[in-house]
Write a protein that binds this ligand. Structure first.
Ligand code: PLP
Length: 405
């Protein structure tokens, strides 16, 4: 569907223009939404492009094309949530004997159902992996992905899939994508990267060799905190149909209305990210200089241990950050008691700014010991910077932090 003149256009142009002015019926500039669950046959044995909306839907097709373009992939599968997208990754781990009819068997693929995963990946991903492990679908091995020796040791046994997440949540630790993707692939594994935290506007793992990219489109891609959704982008054309087959088989495909909303949201991805990131830099600098703050974890600060890697691997530092209050949990309670503008809520990547206490909210499932090992201190606070005026965000933080004096 991509028009010829878009082939050489920038991603920012593509994200605006794909699907625009393509409606043959009425010339509607914005692509219409097709809510119908079913599509008629032209006649007996004469199927049109679509027949049933779980397997295919024109509205979903456009957002899939946009996201595949943004990530530089061969195709994308739009799912009902980020977790549904992740769950497609391990349906056909035995690539020598795939179940999906469209898959090409690869006799050289490792005979393994081993999935190597970062020990600090998103908690919902861990819950899903643990459940699939208990079912026997996969053998899940957690590893500190910043420890290359531990990762190499984990990959020494035949491994089907390596899942990476960068920056990490909530400490904003980065991993070297090029290096680790190569490490995984040299060991015979396919490599998937969860790119939710930065969005395709700021990081493109396929350019570093990733086989798959996963998104919770719930976050920056939709960007308005009003749709739960996900995307699985396949770098290789041969993987697209098998993954679509699985999404249809398990009923994980994204609804038409959600696809329409997400398409509407993604059109402004680049301008949203640009603005949020600019404000995030100002907020991070303010926090860095505040006496009540022990440390700020933000890749845009020269004090971040991987500031140079961020500059090399990312198109920008993003709009997520965390900081540790010197006064620990008591200080967090004081700040959260009266903070303007920031909503005390999980999730991220929306137009509105959010504040979270990882220890008791996003990472509450981890024991206090596990939190301590992972570096999640009781005084740690995470921010998702939205599109409010940076001066107002700093004013709100200054007022709340002022209560600590
Ligand atoms: N991956 C990451 C990094 C996330 O932060 C989340 C949700 O917070 C998910 C995946 C899961 O996405 P969803 O909530 O859309 O299922």
């Amino acid at each position: 569907m991509t028009k010829d003149y878009l082939k050489d256009a920038s991603l920012q142009t593509k994200v605006i223009n794909i699907g625009v002015d393509t409606d043959a019926a009425h010339g509607s500039v914005m692509p219409p939404i097709y809510l119908s669950t079913n599509f008629s046959f032209e006649g007996l044995g004469k199927k049109r492009t679509y027949d049933y909306a779980r397997s295919g839907n024109p509205t979903r097709e456009i957002i899939a094309e946009v996201i595949a373009e943004l990530e530089g992939g061969a195709g994308a599968v739009m799912t009902a949530s980020g977790l549904a997208a992740l769950d497609l990754l391990w349906q056909d781990l035995d690539r020598a004997n795939p179940i999906a009819p469209a898959a090409t068997p690869d006799p050289t693929a490792p005979k393994s159902k081993r999935v190597v995963v970062p020990h600090d990946c998103y908690g919902g991903t861990q819950r899903l992996l643990n459940a699939r492990h208990k079912q026997g679908l996969i053998e899940c091995v957690y590893v500190d992905q910043s420890d290359e020796a531990a990762l190499s040791a984990a990959l020494a046994e035949p491994t089907a899939l390596l899942l990476l997440e960068t920056p990490s949540n909530p400490l904003m630790r980065l991993i070297d994508l090029e290096k680790l993707i190569k490490l995984g692939q040299d060991a015979g594994a396919r490599v998937a990267v969860d790119n939710t935290f930065l969005s395709p506007a700021l990081q493109n793992p396929i350019t570093f060799g990733a086989d798959y990219v996963v998104h919770s489109t719930t976050k920056y891609i939709n960007g308005h905190s009003d749709v739960i959704g996900g995307a699985l982008v396949c770098a290789h054309a041969a993987d697209v149909l098998p993954m679509r087959w699985w999404a249809n088989c398990v009923g994980a495909t994204a609804p038409a209305f959600d696809s329409y909303m997400t398409l509407r949201g993604v059109r402004t991805l680049f301008v949203r990210i640009k603005q949020a990131q600019e404000s995030a830099q100002a907020v991070a600098e303010y926090l860095h200089n505040h006496p009540a703050v022990k440390v700020v974890h933000y890749p845009g600060l020269p004090s971040h241990p991987q500031h140079d890697l961020a500059k090399r691997q990312q198109k920008g530092p993003g709009a997520m950050m965390s900081f540790e209050l010197a006064g620990g949990l008591e200080a967090v309670k004081t700040v959260f008691e009266d903070i303007d503008l920031f909503s005390l809520a999980e999730s991220l990547g929306g137009v509105e700014s959010l504040i979270v206490h990882p220890g008791s909210m996003t990472h509450a499932a981890m024991s206090p010991e596990a939190q301590a090992t992972a570096g999640i201190a009781p005084g740690l606070v995470r921010l998702s910077i939205g599109l409010e005026d940076a001066a107002d965000l700093i004013k709100a933080l200054d007022k709340a932090l002022g209560r600590l004096a």
